[in-house]
Unconditional design. Structure first.
Lengths: 96, 61, 251
């Protein structure tokens, strides 16, 4: 084992509530490892709800898009109307 | 400290480690009570703000 | 079964939970770091919640009109039935962790056994408590592993804590007239069974944590008869102060 660290890594916490479909980001916490991270997430973020799912991800593993890239990443989609299904006519007999 | 210009980096580090008198697990930096540390000539000026206006721990901090 | 024996038993369980919860709550705001502070406070709340249910039940069994608040805030030292292990001062984080682990392992097996108690109320309380116990044991067990198999300092403190605590563990499995009667009626799980299960759980994890299981020393005892250590008086003074200063006070 190497020299012990004075710092606990930071983790991002995602929770799916009992009635939800997707995990939502609820906050972050410090923990030595994933197991401890999940226990702390349970203690801190699930005090008042039951039947939920917890994800913890090391903050350093979260890769975020940069705001200065938003133009090249997101803008062009607006004028490519063929990417949106409203462009096509649905035949009469297929209408549900 | 007479005649010495304070080392801002070290001062910031030391001040941000001051613990809250009531809840020592948290520092005044964690709580957002510590707002600023700066040098004015040969003096250090530390700016703090209470968590709420009536906070009785401000004197101790 | 006799109501007095059942009352005595409910009191023991309730007092164990309340005194343990009270000691653990002393860490609130003083934990090693924020997340663990929240974790320990959570466990303390679970224990106090469990104590409420048990003491409320004890009050109805006694039949003298005492509720859980009366039992918690107006009883003197000699009337408390918790084991000595629960009332020892919190010590350092290693001491609290090892103490909690030993109690969590005991509670895990105790409430698991109580789920099939012939007494419906105890079985119901145990059903809820058993889930909490599993989580508590996971939490404290993980910490014992981290401390024992950690740095030189953490292992030294953990071992010292374990050596100090060990003589207080036999009291958990003491038998007397009350336990014999309730075991015979199928209300309480057999102490011998609990001891075997507890020993296996505890010794397996301690070995994995690179800690030495202490030699059996002269057992410390007396809690079940109301003969407490010098620490109990101070604990009660702090816990009961407000109710005794303002009797009958309501929030």
């Amino acid at each position: 084992m190497g020299k012990p660290s004075q710092h606990l890594p930071l983790w991002e916490v995602f929770i799916r509530s009992k009635r939800g479909l997707d995990h939502k980001h609820v906050g972050s916490l410090h923990a030595a490892d994933a197991e401890q991270g999940m226990q702390y997430a349970r203690d801190t973020y699930t005090r008042r709800s039951e039947g939920c799912s917890i994800w913890v991800v090391r903050s350093t593993d979260v890769h975020a898009s940069q705001s200065e890239d938003s133009a090249s990443f997101f803008d062009p989609a607006d004028d490519k109307i063929y990417r949106h299904p409203t462009f096509y006519d649905i035949p009469e007999d297929l209408k549900i | 400290m007479n005649g010495m210009v304070p080392d801002l980096g070290r001062a910031r580090d030391l001040v941000s480690r001051v613990r809250d008198p009531e809840i020592p697990v948290l520092t005044i930096a964690d709580l957002g009570v510590l707002r600023d540390v700066r040098v004015e000539g040969r003096r250090l000026v530390v700016t703090i703000t209470p968590t709420y206006t009536g906070c009785p721990a401000m004197k101790a901090i | 079964m006799s109501a007095p024996a059942l009352f005595e038993y409910a009191l023991r369980l309730g007092d164990d939970a309340l005194i343990n919860g009270q000691r653990l709550s002393e860490w609130c705001g003083h934990g090693p770091f924020l997340e663990e502070d929240v974790g320990v406070a959570n466990t303390a709340l679970d224990l106090i919640g469990r104590a409420r249910l048990l003491l409320a039940y004890a009050g109805t069994l006694e039949g003298k009109g005492r509720d859980e608040d009366d039992l918690a805030f107006t009883r003197d030292e000699r009337d408390w039935r918790n084991v000595l292990l629960t009332e020892l001062p919190k010590g350092d984080f290693g001491f609290t962790t090892l103490r909690q682990f030993l109690l969590d392992a005991y509670n895990r097996h105790l409430y698991d056994g109580l789920r099939s108690s012939k007494d419906g109320t105890l079985a119901g309380i145990a059903g809820r408590a058993a889930k909490e116990c599993e989580y508590h044991l996971r939490h404290s067990g993980e910490w014992v592993l981290r401390l024992g198999d950690g740095t030189e300092e953490s292992q030294r403190r953990a071992q010292r804590a374990l050596d100090e605590l060990w003589p207080y563990t036999p009291e958990l499995f003491e038998t007397d007239r009350v336990t014999e009667e309730l075991e015979a009626q199928g209300v309480a799980p057999a102490a011998a069974t609990l001891r075997t299960a507890w020993q296996r759980t505890v010794e397996t994890l301690l070995r994995a944590a690179e800690l030495t299981v202490p030699e059996n020393a002269w057992p410390q005892t007396g809690g079940r008869q109301g003969m407490h250590s010098e620490h109990m008086g101070f604990l009660l003074a702090e816990m009961q102060f407000v109710q005794r200063a303002y009797p009958g006070l309501d929030w």
